[in-house]
Design a protein. Structure first.
Length: 283
């Protein structure tokens, strides 16, 4: 069973609404559900509440030592009440999960989280349980520090709060030690995905309207090339006045003295004829 529930964060009003304090938000919600009130305890360097449950006393803790020294508070309370690491649950913000999702796990590394790193060192064990509350990632490692110490957007805060509310359904299972049941409730209570809007039928037709996606512009059809017979007639008409003769089935061509090569001049004359411009051959 879980005898100590810890929420990680930073003390002070300037950090109250920052992403790094997601653990505090979770413990506050659990305290409201269990009808407990947190109060300062200098011996444990944090805000503490004791709740009597059918399975025994349970402590809620919010360290007031700042995130980097969270282990000092957790270890002090755990040692005094002889609480084993396997009976401790630490709720903290998680960069690798999007806002609105959460994961429950036991053991593992600290993944760069300074609060977990200090708890590792102070307890001398990594066997405690962690409730990872997703806050999203800024996308750039250099911006992580400013990101976790910043306030989430309105949409992200609503997603995190909804996630915390859903997690309260697993509190009884956590207190009774039924971790399989708690894991099932926490991992399957994801927010529902929004359904795509249904197309509206066009009035009088019964046919659903097309989506509002941009339509591809209708381009004019490319002009079809003239048939080969027309090209031959145009060429015969042009070359008749230019002194050039088209020979069928031969590779040679007549070439008047001093004019351009036949192939090149033929192209020029044919283009001029098709455009309605007849030009005299160059000499």
């Amino acid at each position: 069973m879980i005898r100590l529930m810890v929420g990680l964060g930073n003390p002070g009003p300037e950090y109250e609404a920052t992403r790094h304090n997601a653990g505090f938000w979770w413990v506050d919600a659990v305290a409201r559900q269990l009808k407990a009130s947190l109060h300062a305890e200098r011996a444990y360097h944090g805000l503490v509440a004791r709740v009597n449950t059918p399975v025994g006393p349970v402590w809620l803790l919010e360290p007031q030592t700042y995130m980097n020294v969270s282990g000092k508070s957790v270890a002090a309370l755990a040692r005094f009440f002889k609480i084993a690491p396997e009976e401790i649950l630490v709720a903290h913000d998680e960069l690798d999960l999007p806002p609105g999702e959460m994961k429950l796990k036991q053991g593992g590394g600290h993944a760069g989280h300074n609060g977990l790193r200090d708890i590792h060192a102070q307890l001398g064990s990594t066997d405690y349980w962690r409730l990872r509350l997703g806050i999203g990632h800024p996308g750039v490692k250099a911006e992580v520090a400013n990101y976790v110490l910043g306030k989430p957007t309105r949409e992200h805060r609503e997603a995190i709060d909804a996630c915390i509310v859903r997690s309260l359904t697993a509190v009884d299972a956590l207190l009774s030690g039924d971790m399989s049941k708690a894991t099932l409730r926490l991992h399957t209570s994801k927010p529902p995905r929004p359904k795509p809007p249904r197309p509206v039928a066009v009035a009088g037709t019964g046919v659903p309207a097309a989506a509002d996606a941009p339509r591809r512009p209708i381009l004019p059809a490319a002009p079809r090339p003239p048939p080969r017979a027309i090209l031959h007639e145009a060429w015969d008409a042009v070359t008749a006045g230019a002194g050039l003769v088209r020979r069928r089935g031969t590779a040679g061509r007549q070439r008047p003295g001093g004019c351009l090569p036949l192939r090149r001049r033929r192209t020029q004359l044919l283009a001029a004829a098709l455009c309605g411009r007849a030009h005299a051959p160059r000499r």
